[in-house]
Design a protein around this ligand. Sequence first.
Ligand code: GLN
Length: 527
Amino acid sequence: MKYIFMTGGVVSSLGKGITGASIGRLLQLHGYKVNMIKMDPYINVDPGTMNPFQHGEVYVTADGAEADLDLGTYERFLDIVTKKANTNTSGDIYQTVINKERRGEYNGGTVQVIPHITNEIKKRFVAFDKQVDITIIEIGGTIGDIEGLPFIEATRQFMLEQKREDIMSIHLTFIPYIEGAKELKTKPTQHSVNKLREVGIIPDMIICRTQYPINDSMKGKISLFCNVPKEAVVEARTCSSIYHVPESLHEQGVDAFILKRLNLKSKIKFSNKWFKYVKQDTKHYKTVKIGVIGKYADLKDAYKSIDESLKISAMEAKVNLDIQYISSEDKNLIKRLKTLDGILVPGGFGMRGIEGKIAAIKFARENKVPFFGICLGMQCCVIEAARHLLKFKNANSTEIDPKTIYPVIEMLDEQKDVKYLGGTMRLGNYESDLVKGSLAHQLYKTDKIVERHRHRYEMNPKYIDMFKKVGFDVSGYHKGVLPEIVEIKNHPFYIAVQFHPEFGARPTKPHPIFQGFVLAAKKKAHK
Ligand code: GLN
């Protein structure tokens, strides 16, 4: 087993997840099995109840953990399926230790950060032992943060306990450009590496995020002051697509250096097929306009996986995408909808912006614009169809109007007496059976699918037959009763799903519904 620790310095948001996952992808291209673990120093037990405005999308693992959106990056770059063990927070580590203490498992001993918290952290570093060859561990936050200290201390201890050739440390830093002096500056990197060494971690490689190329003499300076060999000072310049990062690191010999440092040899012939696929010449591609009609229009990170799934499908469909995030409360909503080739209504919680989403769905249905609804987006489709096709006045979801006389979206009985906000939903993988001959069946080309869920409310099965009569069909069921997918006839492309297909797309392997949607939008754009 080999372990690579990724830390970050100077500022946050440098892309530790993307850099780590790119390294993982390179090691896979050398024939190694790789997994990644995120260590998040914040106290929240999981990001499930964190505000998407602050934190971006909540990612859902196959086994139902609510996680940081970095896990989506891991899945897409490494083509893996993440689990609870891929994501850890200070809150959940402390909770485990405190629960043990309450159960008397420490026999009344004093429970301390060292060794109890650090031991619990170290236990989580080895979660994928025997399943993979290399685990990449991303320590969230920036070096010097108070919250990060137990993780850094656990890393130091762990590195001491392992053989040197089995562990390595990579530090990602930032090289700012000073406009006045027209100069890139290495000083913050030097300070950051000093901070890291103060807590006992000596980096083996320094990856420098920069807007501009760093020259040889700067590399020499960083090497000298930070005590790493010059070939281990790497430039990570901003790329036009995150999927170009692996190739750029490969060109600088990052994978060769890591393999040598970990005493590994390439197991297979290295192929650059993946690099080529993600780096297409898009100049002559047509542009297709997709609108995502949601509540968090100003924060793209809130729809990270949807954004990536669309881009992944665009690579396969050979189109350029113009993805517009439109607030469902936008005063010019209908005017903006008229310019689109495809309309997507994503998931969400609460009543804000609901009526705009319903209006967008009505527009897509009546004007035959390719349409794709996800989770709350599907629930809004059901409400829209109830109000306008079945003429159920004020039909609604009980999440929005608990007293509606047409509760077309409702909570299952067993979910009704839930007390806590976190962890009370239908979360993670659930199966559905697809109805033969449906659009869903055509897209998936299979009878049974498994997709990830994150919701409390369901389409009320009581109304299925009535909907069918007006051409609004259920085309996927969980256990034969719970509606999972709806679609309508006589429309170029209209499908909405209760689950989250956006967690299933990977470069070179787009998700079938996203693919169908982007192709339908392409067809409309080219008309
Ligand atoms: N708010 C809805 C529910 O809880 C939909 C959730 C979602 O879109 N993820 O069922």
